[in-house]
Design a binder for this molecule. Structure first.
Ligand SMILES: *Cc1c(COP(=O)(O)O)cnc(C)c1O
Ligand code: SF4
Length: 344
């Protein structure tokens, strides 16, 4: 067993253990954990400075997850867009391939809360084979996004098998991996893994940092190893109430990501997923944050702010109103709020 696998085994998964660690109420914790599993890796646990802080909020179960919030467990209708289990085919030329349901930390705000960490959804070999067959037979698919769950929790051999199979398909031009491991289990990014990944280019990785406190020396080294293997790194952040829904935190996060060679890609408005309502910040707040980034800091630190439209209609970018038409001219609004006329 590799060191990262041993560390993963040492994660907190038991409500009572967590309660005694932090001297809090185990009974309500275990009611939540019965429905939505908990896992907190040793590394992520070590980032908590005090109960209620931004790291704690992302990983410690909260009784509000059980509140009747009127939200749906699958508002994006991923299950309807699934031609075979573990494939989501929503856009013409790319698919999401859910290769596992395990993660190093079960984020309390996860949009796939309905299935992550649930043994009944574990991906069986026949299901994986059927997914690969679907991609082989669907020549429109030129971009495969390995997701889950966290695909980097698969063993090196298992992951290499999938990459090999995908690379053999001539119409698959690029492969992306979505993973939170650089944040939650950075020791998983071993030199051996990077050597393996390097032989399956063009390969892109999108990771998932939500708070400046998550950018540690360990996560920075993990990202450096991936970047040195020639893998372009992007980041998808979720706008989370009480975690990163203020301009200073978000700006600092975007800037710190660039220092570890990670390019901000998306800030996601929280999906309307059952059990996560207490994390939803107002859209107005997100737009204010975007206004505070554009022009005020490096263009590279400006991702798209997107809403994934309910019903599987796709991601829609939200831009602050920086342009409007006035008769035969354009009015451009600069980042300091002044307007300039520009011919059409
Ligand atoms: C987000 C997403 C993609 C990828 O979208 P990009 O804008 O290309 O990054 C693909 N399929 C599904 C189902 C998605 O949710
Ligand atoms: S790592 Fe991603 S898939 Fe896993 S629980 Fe967190 S948000 Fe969900």
């Amino acid at each position: 067993m590799e060191k990262w696998q041993k560390n993963l085994k040492a994660s907190l998964i038991d409500a009572d253990e967590l309660a005694s660690y932090f001297h809090c109420d185990g009974e309500s914790l275990s009611r939540v954990v019965d429905k939505y599993p908990m896992r907190i890796s040793p590394h992520y646990l070590s980032l908590i400075q005090s109960p209620g802080d931004p790291i704690w909020r992302q990983c410690v179960p909260d009784i509000r997850e059980l509140q009747e919030d009127g939200l749906l467990s699958d508002p994006l209708e991923e299950e309807n867009l699934s031609p075979t289990p573990c494939i989501i085919h929503r856009y013409p030329d790319r698919v999401v391939f859910l290769a596992t349901t395990s993660c190093a930390v079960y984020c309390r705000f996860c949009m796939r809360k309905r299935k992550v960490g649930c043994s009944s959804f574990e991906v069986q070999t026949e299901i994986l084979e059927a997914a690969i067959r679907y991609i082989e037979e669907t020549s429109a698919v030129r971009d495969v996004i390995l997701s889950g769950g966290d695909p980097l929790l698969l063993s090196d051999d298992h992951l290499e098998y999938l990459l090999q199979r995908l690379r053999k398909i001539s119409h698959v031009e690029i492969v992306r991996i979505g993973t939170r491991v650089p944040v939650t289990l950075p020791e998983r990014i071993t030199p051996k893994l990077c050597r393996m990944l390097k032989s399956y280019h063009p390969l892109f990785i999108n990771t998932h940092f939500n708070h400046p406190l998550e950018v540690t020396s360990a996560s920075s080294e993990a990202c450096a190893r991936l970047a040195d293997a020639g893998i372009p790194l992007g980041n998808q952040t979720v706008l989370l109430k009480g975690v990163n829904d203020d301009l200073e935190t978000m700006k600092r996060l975007m800037q710190k990501l660039l220092t570890i060679r990670v390019r901000p890609y998306y800030i996601h408005q929280m999906d309307m997923v059952k059990g996560t309502g207490h994390f939803r910040a107002e859209v107005k707040r997100g737009i204010e944050i975007m206004k505070g980034l554009r022009g005020h800091t490096s263009g590279l630190a400006n991702p798209y702010y997107v809403i994934d439209a309910p019903g599987g209609k796709g991601k829609v970018p939200l831009l602050p109103d920086s342009v409007c038409f006035k008769e035969d001219t354009l009015l451009l609004r600069g980042y300091q709020g002044d307007t300039v006329e520009y011919p059409l």
